[in-house]
Design a protein around this ligand. Sequence first.
Ligand code: DGT
Ligand code: CA
Ligand code: CA
Length: 586
Amino acid sequence: MSNHSLSKIFSDIALYLEMDKVPFKPQAYEKAALALEALGEDAADIYQKSGLSGLEAIEGVGESIAEKIEEYVKTGKIKYYQELKKKMPVDVQALTSVEGLGPRMVRELYEKLKIKNLADLEKAAVSGKIGKLPRFGVKSEQNILRAIEFLKRDRGRFNLGMIYPFVEETQKKLAERKEVKCVSPAGSLRRMKETIGDIDFLVCLKENKSPLKAKAMAASTMDFFVSLPGVVKIWDKGLTKSSVHMESGFDMDIRVIPAKSYGAALQYFTGSKEHNIALRKIAISKGLKLNEYGLFRGKKTIACETEREIYRALGMSLMPPEIRENQGEIELAQKNKIPRLIEYDDVKGDLHCHSNWDGGSNSIEEMAQAAREMGYQYIGIADHTKFLRIENGLDERQLARQRKETDKLNALFAGKKTGFRILQGCEANIMPDGSVDITDEALGKLDYVIAGVHSRMKMPKSQMTERIIRAMKNPHVDIISHPTGRSLGKRDEYAHDLGKILRAAREYNVALEINGSPWRLDLKDSNIRLAKKAGVKMIINTDSHQKEHLKFMKYGVSQARRGWAEKEDIINSRTVNDLLRFFKNS
Ligand code: DGT
Ligand code: CA
Ligand code: CA
């Protein structure tokens, strides 16, 4: 597949030419780069079939670019590009992906400071060299550092919640094919990591004694896979592995695995890499060899069919994919002490739901109906309060009126003996001084109170910590929503001292939220582990603003599992009466 490499070369050339302020040409190269990205057929094939004129027929490819493609097909390189790169040997794509850095600045950074890549850029910024350049200054140096930090973390990664529905749909399509016996996601997706680098699927085909037929089945699965809607590029297509690029920007791999080594492959391709490396070391220490085909002693197969067998043969119990990160889970598995993680169906209700009272999309009744359909025993309506005027925050009188409506609906549910119950809460705003924006009297009439920070997030660490702790001291506050304020892909956590917050949460018996909205996932996995260790109770909520959002619960639960949370750590795994008892004591 040469289109991808050609596309990158042309896009590099465009940036090089922009550095030199060459008019028009950069746009022409950029256009060719884009055309090649989207091209269904390999440019090399086009050239073999119809020569230069075939290439020129590609939209955006003129004579001079067609000749460069010809040169690349024939020699594997493009001289013009080699020369530009020699003159300025920098990673133009990476450097210009830093927010605020254009090609001309990249050139200046190379000429003045010999910066060639992101690592050089970071080093120069850290040592203050960029701040001293007249056209940059200290402020842009700080911006560069911040942008690098951000890129480093999220570079080319995709939000789990944005990808998951597509994965479920694709898995279903694959499973429905008559030659397919089973299909499973692997990699970071099976571990439910909050961001995903690429999607990995493993497929096992039904047995067929005829090798020819078996081969045809694999070929048909692969044909189907590479022609799924949304596929814009095929990186690789074979009988055991194929790899595609999707219109939405991510890559997707599939592997066809023989039934007899499915467990070994699932274990290997689920990862994480760090977990696998640690397992392999253990295997070696036992005189065994572990790879994607199985666990072996010399040529003898010890285990390969199921994951459980493999872990058992390595002297440990099977563990859920979400915790396979080499963070101590292996040592526990060796002692048969893997925590019993909260299960997806342990959750009995969702307590952070917004209704149309504060500008959400659905009425309380509709939200309650959707919650019942999810099999919940209760739902908590926690609308914003009056400080958040843009969110139509409710004041004391509106909260009282809302109470009447929930009472009415609850009477209806009770009449029908559904056992379902609506709880009335609110999501009060934690003001900069740590007070909340609703009177104690009004808070006292609610079933529970969530408090969260929604404003003034750029506070010094000690002040923010005190602010949250003061809110927890309020006897009415039961839950702190999205406790660290991060927004995935957009905003980092606000400065805070989690250790102090956890101690206070425990002292005042306040639950910390695991916000399941895919844009938040706050607390995050590592903080959940810290909270659990500190003996702090947590609650998994969705922060739904419409009934469809209730489905985000699975992302919250998966992060809770990644944070080793067990059922007793999560208060909305309790019955409504036990839950209300918790609120009374908090
Ligand atoms: P991602 O795609 O960046 O979100 O993360 P993963 O974990 O899905 O990584 P990926 O797609 O590169 O590979 C899938 C799994 O394959 C990975 O979790 C573990 C296994 N794997 C990949 N490369 C290696 C390796 O070099 N050594 C070992 N032991 N396992 C690997
Ligand atoms: Ca992956
Ligand atoms: Ca992969």
